[in-house]
Design a protein around this ligand. Structure first.
Ligand code: ZN
Length: 184
């Protein structure tokens, strides 16, 4: 059994006006993400949206001195970008589609993701979204430590840091034993 994780593909991380945008490279993967997400959902695979959720006045959050405030609950910045928003609206009522508000880079940190995956006997997770060398990377590392098989869809991940993006793809493959697929 496999699951698709859709990580942080929101306006703040993708849109030109986003607070912490990966810009062009992130916008370019929109169609790929939408196509794969729809396809997996239609096949009845488990699709989990794991989305950063910050409070408007973060006093204690470790990211507060590292990044501009982003993905604030209830704001435009935290809405899914482009046609992924519509896609989510279309599939959200399926029993196989799930939404997780996360507070850290990793989709596993402080969430019930691992429990949800194990209930469904899911052993392989497919990673999509942004950014490759932060939230996707930290999620992949946790997945590795928890014993999941990892597939990273290269055409569905992006970063504002080209060097970091390439480094992370190499790390997924050579250190976490992930399978990198180009397209689907
Ligand atoms: Zn954040």
């Amino acid at each position: 059994m496999k699951a698709l994780l859709s990580i942080d593909y929101t306006n703040d991380f993708v849109d030109e006006k986003g607070a912490l945008t990966a810009g062009g490279p992130a916008q370019e993967i929109e169609n790929n993400i939408v196509r794969l997400t729809r396809e997996m959902a239609e096949k009845g695979e488990y699709v989990v949206f794991t989305i950063d959720a910050h409070d408007p006045n973060e006093k204690y959050h470790p990211e507060k001195d590292l990044f501009p405030l982003h993905n604030v609950k209830g704001t435009w910045g935290r809405e899914l970008f482009g046609s992924l928003k519509e896609t989510y609206e279309d599939i959200k009522d399926k029993e196989t589609v799930y939404w997780i508000d996360k507070r850290h880079y990793s989709a596993f940190s402080g969430t019930d993701l691992d429990i949800r995956l194990r209930e469904r006997k899911i052993e392989e997770i497919w990673l999509t979204g942004v950014v490759t060398d932060i939230c996707v990377l930290h999620t992949a590392i946790d997945a590795y430590n928890l014993g999941y098989s990892i597939v990273v869809v290269e055409s569905c991940v992006a970063s504002f840091n080209e060097l970091g993006h390439k480094w992370a793809l190499d790390h997924f493959k050579n250190t976490l034993g992930a399978k990198i697929v180009q397209d689907v």
